[in-house]
Write a protein that binds this ligand. Structure first.
Ligand code: ADP
Length: 350
């Protein structure tokens, strides 16, 4: 019995992208369909190479297409194309994602570094702008400390590629260890330069490591580019959550979508396998639930995470099997999923 393309397409139209909530055919995600005597090959174009739902989509496609009469075999493969709205200020960059926190020391920079490296590991084109003017640490976390930035013929800055990520830190612009006071206009000018005078090329995601709190950088960034959204990093205890709420309120007031919350330092695993909840339990989840935000991950405290940050290799690269690395890799995938959802809500052509 010969199988018609129409019947296979009809079956595919019953498969929903679990995050986007629409079917693969209407979303334009069926890139190729090949039928050969009951053997069906489907190429699904994901909206991010860091798709957290790939396995489920594959299983759902196989189930739906196998149910079509005459189909005896289904092969699914994947490509990915991040969809974004080009913006004048950053023509090649599809999404700008800010990583913020209410206060310092919660591991925001460590999380930002690993999110960027994790997205790159999954195959996305990623940039990282360290805009943490009070404690720029990305140059160290990516081993590009002290490296002079080079310019192209048009005097545009060439970012330094490290661990698959194009990195630029405000630290690369100043002498090592020099204290900086950033007055408003200088800060705005420097940020403009770093963002707009940099040869980013084509990027799926530009991750921006913000300073903690709710200051000038947050405001300037919002004026300079259109942010796809912001990720909030917090530790579980009440004081940290109080501060993260302030950051959340500012994002709301400035109309920046909050893509999710990452709880860092959630617990320390003891040698007997039990968890020491050093900073309390469940704080970020309660906050995320109350504000209807996704909790993208809970990152345990591990020696590896601290050591890899100091050694200049993001943990997801240095020790992908470390529990903190696995939680960060998964958080990056869930974040990429939220970016796709955000893009679907704002891109009319989808
Ligand atoms: P922030 O950017 O919020 O100020 P950092 O990312 O600089 O914080 O982290 C502060 C310190 O805590 C760094 O030394 C970092 O290596 C360490 N750190 C952050 N998260 C963890 C974790 N989950 N486990 C172990 N060390 C961590």
């Amino acid at each position: 019995m010969s199988v018609s393309e129409a019947s296979v397409s009809a079956a595919l139209a019953t498969v929903l992208d679990p995050e986007l909530g629409q079917d693969l055919v209407s979303l334009g995600m069926i890139e190729r369909l090949h039928l050969d005597d009951g053997a069906v090959a489907v190429t699904v174009q994901l909206t991010t190479p860091a798709c957290p739902m790939k396995a489920q989509i594959e299983a759902d496609v196989v189930r739906a297409v196998s149910a079509v009469a005459g189909v005896r075999r289904v092969d699914v493969d994947f490509t990915a194309q991040v969809r974004g709205t080009p913006q004048e200020a950053l023509p090649g960059v599809k999404h700008v994602i800010a990583v913020g926190s209410g206060k310092g020391g919660v591991g925001k920079s460590t999380v930002a570094a690993n999110l960027a490296a994790a997205l790159a590991r999954d195959g996305a084109a990623v940039g990282l702008l360290d805009a943490d003017i009070y404690g720029p640490s990305q140059a160290k976390m990516f081993s590009v400390e002290g490296k002079r930035l080079m310019a192209d013929d048009e005097k545009r800055i060439i970012p330094i590629k490290s661990h698959g990520v194009k990195v630029i830190s405000i630290a690369n612009l100043v002498e090592d260890g020099q204290a900086l006071t950033w007055r408003g206009p200088i800060l705005h000018g420097t940020l403009t330069q770093l963002l707009q005078q940099t040869v980013w090329g084509e990027l799926d995601y530009l991750v921006v490591d913000l300073p903690p709190g709710t200051g000038d950088v947050q405001l300037s960034l919002g004026q300079l580019v259109s942010l796809t959204g912001m990720v909030l990093v917090t530790t579980p205890q009440d004081v940290a959550l109080l501060d993260v709420r302030r950051a959340y309120t500012m994002a709301r007031k400035t109309h920046v979508p909050v893509l999710g919350v990452i709880e860092n330092m959630s617990w320390y695993e003891l040698p007997d396998g039990s968890r020491d909840l050093i900073f309390g339990e469940g704080g970020a989840k309660a906050f995320a639930d109350k504000e209807h935000l996704p909790l993208l991950g809970q990152i345990p405290i591990t020696r590896g995470l601290r050591e890899s940050a100091d050694a200049g290799v993001p943990l997801v690269v240095a020790q992908p099997d470390n529990p903190s690395a696995m939680a960060l890799q998964q958080a990056a995938r869930l974040l990429a999923g939220q970016v796709s959802v955000q893009a679907l809500n704002t891109l009319p052509m989808l």
